[in-house]
Design a protein around this ligand. Structure first.
Ligand SMILES: NC(=O)C1=CN([C@@H]2O[C@H](COP(=O)(O)OP(=O)(O)OC[C@H]3O[C@@H](n4cnc5c(N)ncnc54)[C@H](OP(=O)(O)O)[C@@H]3O)[C@@H](O)[C@H]2O)C=CC1
Ligand SMILES: O=C(CO)COP(=O)(O)O
Length: 309
């Protein structure tokens, strides 16, 4: 047996499930969560692998609470979002805080409720250190979860973060009953938008066409299990953002990510028309029908030319 010992930070839906999966694989696991308390240092110090499953809002507060990590410990960032202010991804924040440690980004089409039922799924463990990604693959893979490694953590994380914005748009599309053509067109152009942003930031195009990009985009844009999709669906019913967040009572990462994405795209001169409409909708500047009119009324252009995608 591999002597891996795992500490999970975050006792929400995803952190609890990851802890259960790793425990089922025979590894000792301890969970720390803000709400449940517990001594963070006592849980982290004996571990060899730190799995972070807090929402974006918790990343910097948790980093600030930690002092030095045990030598050789790897950090597995599973948060799907972008940090406000500096556009850093969660794994980049962890790497910056703990430069001597291997960091792995875990992301893929992983709706927790399906995995908890034992339904099969696949995911990506990405790191510039292949051995670190392989350690995560070893600890997490099972008959019901197929774990691929990948050497593009940035692209892997951006796939998981950006698709949440697009899942809100997909929820709006379904909530308005716009049909299969509209939905397929939206998802396809959403992927083009994700690729454009991710590649500009330095990601590999192929990563976005993989499980953490296209894969997660399809899962969340097509499932009412996705909280981001449900938020969009509710907005299309005429409910306000505040009412929807009150109803959902859980993490909806796409709300913050939309804002960060639109600001970043503006600064970098990137076209993100779908994200801009989601942003305007979330801010209450337009209604869902107006968002559709805006997207359909944009200047006509070639699908791929003159700019790729
Ligand atoms: N659910 C899913 O299907 C999947 C989720 N993810 C990602 O995992 C992350 C967590 O999602 P999920 O578990 O579903 O959401 P939950 O709302 O269930 O849990 C959020 C977690 O973040 C913690 N948290 C929030 N703010 C802070 C803070 N300031 N300090 C410390 N901890 C904080 C919460 O702690 P507390 O309970 O104490 O408030 C809780 O443990 C998200 O980025 C999500 O996108 C990734 C793959 C699948
Ligand atoms: O990331 C997820 C599935 O891969 C979970 O999506 P939601 O946060 O929209 O529920």
């Amino acid at each position: 047996m591999n002597p891996e010992v795992v500490a999970v930070l975050g006792g929400g839906v995803w952190g609890s499930l990851l802890a259960a999966l790793i425990r089922d694989n025979g590894y000792p696991v301890r969970v720390w969560s803000r709400r449940q308390g517990g001594n963070l240092e006592e849980i982290v110090q004996p571990a060899t692998m730190l799995v972070v499953a807090v929402s974006v809002a918790g990343v910097l507060p948790v980093i600030q609470r930690l002092t030095a990590l045990p030598s050789g410990m790897i950090i597995v960032s599973t948060t799907k979002g972008l940090l406000p202010g500096n556009y850093r991804t969660p794994a980049q924040a962890w790497q910056r805080a703990f430069p001597g440690h291997g960091v792995v980004a875990l992301s893929g089409p992983n709706l927790a409720a399906e995995i908890a039922q034992g339904l099969p799924a696949a995911t990506v463990a990405a790191s510039v250190e292949t051995s670190a990604a392989q350690r995560v693959q070893q600890v997490l893979a099972s008959e019901r979860l197929r774990v691929y490694t990948n050497n593009d953590p940035l692209g892997t994380e951006l796939g998981g973060a950006l698709k949440n914005v697009m899942a809100i748009a997909a929820g709006v599309c379904d909530g308005l009953n716009l049909g299969a053509n509209a939905k397929a067109s939206l998802i396809t152009r959403a992927l083009a938008e994700m690729v454009r942003v991710a590649v500009d930031l330095g990601a590999n195009t192929y990563t976005l066409y993989g499980l953490s990009g296209l894969g997660d985009l399809l899962a969340t844009c097509n499932s009412p299990l996705s909280r981001n999709y449900r938020l969009g669906y509710g907005l299309a019913q005429g409910k306000s953002l505040a009412v929807m967040l009150q109803e959902l009572q859980t993490t909806v990462e796409g709300v913050n990510t939309t804002q960060v994405l639109v600001q970043m795209a503006d600064q970098r001169g990137l076209r993100v028309p779908i994200a801009q409409q989601v942003d305007a909708l979330l801010q209450g500047h337009i209604n869902p029908q107006q968002a559709v009119v805006e997207l359909m009324g944009r200047d006509l252009k070639a699908e791929f030319h003159p700019e790729p995608l």
